[in-house]
Design a protein around this ligand. Structure first.
Ligand SMILES: Nc1ncnc2c1ncn2[C@@H]1O[C@H](COP(=O)(O)OP(=O)(O)O)[C@@H](O)[C@H]1O
Ligand SMILES: [Mg+2]
Length: 238
């Protein structure tokens, strides 16, 4: 079943085209990666799909709903990773989970979530006192608190050290095991290859390549991918 259908999506900021005719399909239960250099348009695509930004053109369906006209209904069924600035420094882990649970009609039990994601011992810890890895774990739990069918993660591991990144990869795989469809934005090609069932490479507002990690590597070897992929991987394709 297709859970995200994007056709000809476009979005400009002023005269600058950030997204220029993007079409994508995401199937239920997969980890779908969007990789590409900074400024490629990845975040804008995610914002349009998750109902936080209006598009200029194209059609968009997430779980059969239009993120603009059915925004309220859609927000009950998706999870979006928060950016760091969204939480006050002094809020405690348990409080943050209870507060976000209150936004949903059918939230997960926040104690179960804390147990599942290893946060029970941090229940009373203030947000500002958490290390980067623990903050990411909390953001994952918050993205899941509404029992979402689709979760959008945007640069979840940026800024983490390699060990914390690996731990987070395990958590993202756990999400898929629980049946959640994951859209993962990253500018690390190794991360996309390690985690994703399918990847779209975005460059200058367009999809420049798409496929499973294996297909993309094969295309890279055959020389049929453009420079954006090579720049991302840093691989010598000769
Ligand atoms: N709120 C905004 N106002 C103006 N320009 C923006 C805004 N958000 C993003 N842009 C521009 O749109 C382009 C795509 O940005 P973005 O979607 O954030 O890309 P990515 O997530 O791939 O780094 C960039 O050129 C960026 O500078
Ligand atoms: Mg971005």
């Amino acid at each position: 079943m297709t859970v995200i259908e994007i056709d000809g999506l476009s979005k400009s900021y002023g005269t600058a085209k950030a997204v220029d005719g993007v079409s994508l399909r995401v199937e239920r239960g997969e980890i779908f990666g969007m990789a590409g250099p900074n400024g490629a348009g990845k975040t804008t695509i995610v914002e349009c799909a998750s109902g936080s930004r209006r598009r200029d053109g194209g059609t968009l369906r997430v779980l059969g709903l239009d993120p603009q006209s059915d925004r309220r209904r859609l927000l009950q069924r998706i999870g979006v990773q928060l950016q760091e600035a969204a939480l006050p420094d002094a809020i405690k882990v348990g409080e943050a989970l209870r507060m976000y649970a209150s936004f949903y009609d059918k939230p997960a039990d926040h104690r179960d979530l804390m147990d599942a994601w290893g946060l029970a011992d941090k229940r009373r810890a203030g947000f500002a006192s958490l290390s980067g890895g623990w903050k990411q774990r909390l953001f994952i739990a918050l993205a899941l608190v509404g029992n979402p069918e689709v979760v959008f993660l945007d640069e979840l591991t940026t800024g983490l050290d390699p060990a914390a990144r690996r731990t987070t990869w395990g958590l993202i795989r756990d999400m898929r095991e629980r049946g959640v469809t994951v859209v993962l934005v990253t500018h690390f090609m190794d991360e996309a290859e390690a985690l994703c069932d399918r990847i779209a490479i975005i460059d200058r507002g367009r999809v420049v390549a798409e496929g499973s990690p294996r297909e993309l590597v094969a295309k890279g070897r055959s020389g049929s991918l453009d420079g954006a992929y090579l720049a991302l991987t840093g691989r010598d394709m000769a």
